[in-house]
Design a protein around this ligand. Structure first.
Ligand code: AMP
Ligand code: MG
Length: 408
């Protein structure tokens, strides 16, 4: 069995054993945010479909209005109007104008508009204090050209992209099926929230923190409940799980007698590796169990979340065929001391904030208690400070940081 991999080796091994999902489905626009496009999307229309005006004002012939000014205004005869969605049917002739409203098509004969602010109305005439020009005309197809691809397969559907798909005329979008991710908790001491807590018990937080991370990464969490510390209990839960694309468990992966996930996978799985040279989260196990990738996360609440974020999230991105990176790195000024972890890489939880004066435009402050069972570091921290092997970070140094939450 390969053991104690570096962060890079572990990620590479995990991605090597992760397949992109092939199934796609159609979702209405209103359910599309957060999904991943399964095909390129072409515009079904030109936008604008004809030349139209970007301002409220008057449409006329530029040649008639040349040289118009406060001192020498130009008068035009009004022959009609064109609100948005109701094109003017006639033709604008020499010395004529129509009143026109934002988004309305430019009428035949006119080649320029003047904004209402630079005019005055006088009965059936309009007085122009500035020349009508083409600068406020939106040319046909200047935004979208019919048949051109504006959204690509593998792109995450953000609010702006959902809007763009709608603007292109699509009512339903082809998206990649959400990976079904089984989420199994282990531990005789682990109790569901809402139940009374017996002495020595601990509420199950991993099921819910990791399921929430799965959802954020675009997967569909399938809660499998909790198995007590026997191999038989774990097998029973997995047998009733149905078809899954990935199994995540928490706990039971260390060296102890009750580390039954490891025992099960040693006997009946195919283990790709055990342990990563990092802290928190050293003992994860990555395997295949009955044809499904199986990622055994550590039991400590911070470790489970950090391991999912660094390795599970990239797995889901690959399954979804997402083309954006699963996380990013920024540089920041360390405001505090961050302890290293000897030969391991340490990922210390920090509060990352924007500061235009700081190197990398960010500051990183420790969350305080860095123990792997103190979940408040993940609840109130928003970033992982990377402390390379055999080093510590002193206050005032510049560090690399991986944000996992919003940065303000
Ligand atoms: P283990 O890896 O199973 O030895 O668990 C390590 C630590 O994580 C122990 O203190 C467990 O009680 C705790 N733990 C395991 N599973 C969970 C869970 N689902 N929710 C909260 N804490 C857990
Ligand atoms: Mg346990």
């Amino acid at each position: 069995m390969r053991t104690s991999l570096t962060v890079e080796e572990a990620l590479a091994t995990i991605l090597e054993h992760t397949r992109q999902l092939e199934q796609t489905e159609k979702v209405p626009l209103n359910a599309a945010v957060g999904r991943v496009l399964a095909a390129d999307l072409q515009s079904q229309v030109d936008h604008p479909d004809v030349d139209n005006t970007a301002v409220d004002g008057y449409a006329a012939r530029a040649a008639d209005t040349a040289g118009a000014s406060r001192e020498k205004p130009v008068r035009l005869r009004l022959i009609g109007e064109s609100p948005a969605g109701r094109p003017f049917a006639g033709t604008v002739g020499p010395g004529e104008a129509i009143s026109i409203f934002t988004g309305a098509p430019l009428p035949k004969g006119a080649d320029a508009v003047v904004a209402v602010e630079d005019t005055e109305r006088d009965g059936d005439q309009v007085i122009l204090y500035t020349p009508a020009t083409p600068k406020d005309i939106r040319k046909k197809a200047q935004d979208l050209k019919k048949g051109d691809v504006y959204l690509k397969k593998g792109e995450l559907l953000t609010p702006g992209r959902v809007g763009l798909a709608a603007a292109m005329g699509h009512a339903e979008l082809p998206v990649v099926r959400r990976p079904r991710v089984g989420n199994l908790s282990t531990g005789d001491e682990v109790i569901e929230p809402g139940q009374p807590l017996p002495p020595g018990g601990v509420y199950n937080s991993n099921a819910y923190s990791v399921a929430a991370q799965v959802r954020q990464a675009g997967g569909e969490p399938v809660l499998l409940g909790k198995a007590g510390d026997t191999v038989a209990a774990v097998k029973e839960k997995l047998a009733s799980a149905g078809q899954l694309d990935l199994i995540l468990s928490s706990g039971g992966v260390s060296m102890g007698d009750y580390d039954i996930i490891r025992h099960l996978l040693e006997r009946e799985g195919q283990i790709h590796f055990w342990k990563i040279l990092q802290r928190p989260g050293g003992p994860p196990i990555f395997a295949e169990y009955q044809g499904v990738p199986f990622f055994g996360l550590p039991g400590n609440p911070v470790s489970a979340m950090v391991i999912f974020f660094l390795y599970g999230r990239p797995m889901l991105f690959k399954m979804l065929g997402r083309t954006d990176p699963p996380y990013r790195r920024v540089r920041a000024l360390a405001e505090d001391f961050f302890k290293g972890a000897g030969k391991k890489v340490a990922f210390r939880r920090a509060i990352l904030s924007y500061d235009p004066e700081a190197p990398g435009c960010h500051r990183a402050k420790t969350v305080g208690n860095q123990s792997s069972e103190v979940l408040r570091s993940m609840a109130f921290g928003n970033a992982l400070v990377i402390v390379p092997p055999h080093t510590h970070v002193e206050a005032g140094e510049v560090v690399e940081v991986i944000p996992f939450g919003e940065v303000f």
